[in-house]
Ligand binder design. Sequence first.
Ligand code: SF4
Length: 478
Amino acid sequence: MKRHRVVALPRGHYNWWTMRSLSPRPRRRVTFYTAGCRLNQAETAILIDRFCAKGYEPVPFGAPTDILVINSCAVTEQAEADCRRVVRQTLRHSPQAFVAVIGCYAQTGVHALQNLPGIDLIVGHQYKLQLPEHLDALAAIEKQSTPSVVHTRRIEHQEFVVDGTGAYSTTRANVKIQDGCQFMCAFCLIPFARGRERSRALDDIIREATALAERGHRELVLTGVNIGQYCTGQADLLSVIRRLETIPGIERIRISSIEPTTIPDGLFEHMASSSKVCRHLHVPLQSGDDRILKAMNRRYTVRDYQREIERAVSLIPDLCVGTDILVGFPGEGEQEFKNSVAAAHDLPFAYVHVFPYSKRPGTAAARLSETVSSSVIKHRSRELNHLSRQKRQAFYRRCLGQRVSVLFETQQTTGLWVGFTDHYVRVGVVSSANLANTIHEVIVTGIMEEMVLGELVATGHPQEAAHRASIERVVSAI
Ligand code: SF4
């Protein structure tokens, strides 16, 4: 067996690029666990691509592996607990697996992670996408008595580029266009975890998007922490969208989530007229009570929010509007919660994502005293989730009898092919054909709890076979 020279990595922070690769290594299996948001998913996809390029063999999470990469989240206590669980779970079936924790928890919870048995490397946000190079710098990828740490408190905030192209086994591909946030909402750890806002160079976004289109992806989801703040030179979010629309093969561009105060001028008008921009807006409301919004350090009132959404709905036919509401923020009494329920009820939401408040040390809200008990938070979350289901069903009912365009993704075990409309309605149809990654017209004939049912009214796109072959090649390479 080939032996490697061992370089002892100092405990504590170090500069990874002073290390160098000392010898070639055998092909190693690597598995990924991604917690949290779509931005983390986009970053994991980039890492999969970069590990593949270096000859590593990606294996599904849960399979025996040589390396586990946890792209962690710190948004709730639960997310941190999940990270610890995943380490234990993987070491049970792969006791020699080298465990690297990267991402938000690695950035904010480095000391807690250092004391967690089984972790070998902790990489904060500044250097996480260079993880393969950190591993190159090690003399041997093997269990460490104490974890090495690659971490800086300060995260650069210049315009950035991303090496590589996200590797996705899914039909939709995320594209990271922005990172960081400095809005300092009182409940949110993200400004501490990901640093100040910064945008990705427009040409680099176009480069990755073009490569994704060549791999067969037809839909791109623009992701970031606060993408409405996108700004490079003269380019804003709308400029990014206009450039993406010119890429051959890209048929849908979806905006993941956008803060209500950051929507660029002209976005709604463009969404209304474009054949490629999905009629889907996810705009976090967080609370339907002005006093709580102020305490959260949000930058709008309920009325401001309502005006913006009403303008969008009036301009964009069949628009799907979704939102986030945080339940149990300190000081949220019965009346404040009722105001949130009323806002969720009255605003034209197709769905509401409900987030139970979780105290995050270091945030402004963590210092507030009027806390809400966990049983009340649970009860309120249930009520809002129930309302969200009703809103979704009402949105689905509006589709009955309509002709919709569906990008199909997967076939369920039931044989039903499932995909999404551009306005984010999940649609299932029965078909013996392979519909994966093809767009078809469908008449909606019925609704179920989590999707609508329909019948195909048209056959595939002329480029269908080529697209399918191309995405199959990518999927088999992952
Ligand atoms: S806008 Fe507020 S909630 Fe969103 S990431 Fe920034 S600080 Fe967090």
